[in-house]
Design a protein around this ligand. Sequence first.
Ligand code: PGA
Length: 251
Amino acid sequence: MQDRKPLVAGNWKMNKTVSEARELAGAVRSAERPDGVCVVLCPPFPALVPVADALRGSKVALGAQNAHWERSGAFTGEVSAAMLVEAGCRYVILGHSERRRLFGETDESVARRMAAVLGAGLVPILCVGETLVEREAGRVREVLDRQTRGALSGLPVDSAGRMVLAYEPVWAIGTGRHAEPQQAQEAHAFLRSRLADLAGPDAAGVPILYGGSVTPSNARDLFAQPDIDGGLIGGASLDASAFLDIVRAAG
Ligand code: PGA
């Protein structure tokens, strides 16, 4: 990692009831954590306000797992960025591969969500990553380029400098098969150079997180890579002690 501040975010996905979420947030809040690492918890929507309460006065930040592009209206099942601001969020995960694969999200819908999230003053955690078929076909760079450019299309040039990017190879998510540190570093270095093309010097400060089967045992080697600035953690973020070990590995 270079001089960008490391960031470790827990993506709880569709896990934890309100009481379970409160308990997990409390355990993360009260544990010893290295000062220099930003920690973000992304619980499911019903737990946002209770987790915000549990984190109040601490340095642990709150994030949501998605946001709609409109401020309000007839969009059953969706949540707006304005609602997330009032719930206490600072970050919003966007374009996660599960949203793309299971819920039909496209580069275009991700770009609309990006605009709304940035417009509300929130920080998007934009997820990009190739499938195994795309990797085997030698298309990693093409996919990362398309997803990154797609998500930023139509947005002001300074937008890229105000986001967090997460490289999440789809074949590594929830599979127990993480990318080798060198493999991840190559993708991160490519993303960093593309960001520089798209956003100029502002992009140098953008944290690029790695996500996909990060555990306490592989985190240190991944975070030791020069362009890996922390992690987006799924399964291992559901257990306070595993998540905190990963946070410490980023310190
Ligand atoms: P995982 O998920 O850590 O369970 O592989 C990561 C993610 O989907 O963000």
